[in-house]
Write a protein of this length. Structure first.
Lengths: 114, 139
């Protein structure tokens, strides 16, 4: 079974949206890393991770996001997050990721404020 | 007392079957949806530990998930027949991980401890059992 999520890069003005469709687990490492490398190569300074179509994140998926945020900090890129379910938001709060990314209620809000 | 046993392939991805079974059982027992989400995440992490650290991804082995419904709580046991392993202690340092000073992984035990009411891992020569207890109403 193919467990890789589909990660689509959608440029929206100065912001690169990474639309994640599927589970954020260890299988997400390759598609998320590829998408991040693509937008970094294109010199994107603002990246929005959109989770509307993702229902499951586990510890390995959290590690992938942390690793990306770490790389983004070094590259002086700003990371925003939208479309979190209440449970995803709780997990992000719990691990402290909310201190390192901007959380938005919707993509529209993120595009206006990131 | 109602008890459910489920034998699962020792392969990443099948933790989702365990999660959905635990969720359905908790729903029948009257748990709220937010507690069910907590339980699903914790059960998923326990299965991943068993698959990766206990049975080392060996396709020949199986995981045993046991769900025991009691009056005010649900007991979840995840058992593997693999090598002994222990779980780590406190809260991982996200700052050190963001700074690249340590590997970004290592959140599973913290999530389990944070999301259920009690967590215990027992390891013997016969394998490992992760027991999680979640109360109907969090105390």
């Amino acid at each position: 079974m193919d467990q890789k999520p589909l990660v689509t890069v959608i440029p929206k003005g100065q912001i690169s949206v990474l639309d994640i469709k599927g589970d954020v687990t260890s299988f997400a490492e390759e598609p998320i890393s590829k998408a991040y490398q693509q937008v970094t190569k294109n010199d994107s300074r603002k990246i929005l991770l959109k989770f509307n179509q993702s229902n499951y994140i586990n510890s390995a998926g959290i590690a992938i996001i942390i690793s990306m945020v770490s790389d983004a900090q070094k590259a002086k890129q700003k990371i925003g997050v939208s479309g979190l379910s209440n449970h995803f938001r709780k997990i992000f709060d719990m691990i402290g990721l909310v201190d390192y990314v901007e959380i938005y209620d919707s993509e529209e809000e993120a595009l206006a404020k990131l | 007392m109602n008890q459910i046993e489920l034998h699962l392939p020792n392969s990443l991805g099948y933790e989702k079957v365990a999660m959905e079974s635990a969720a359905a059982t908790a729903r029948l027992a009257g748990f709220s949806e937010d507690r069910i989400e907590d339980l699903k995440t914790a059960v998923g992490e326990a299965c991943i530990n068993a698959i990766e650290h206990g049975s080392k991804n060996r396709a020949t082995e199986r995981l045993l998930l046991t769900l025991t419904v009691e009056e005010d709580r649900l007991l979840v046991d995840v058992h593997d027949k693999g090598e002994r392993y222990s779980i780590s202690g406190g809260r991982p340092d996200i700052g050190a991980r963001i700074a690249g000073k340590m590997p970004s992984r290592g959140w599973g035990t913290f999530l389990m401890k944070s999301l259920v009411d009690a967590l215990e891992v027992t390891s013997t020569d016969e394998g490992n059992t992760t027991r999680m207890v979640i109360f109907l109403h969090r105390t």
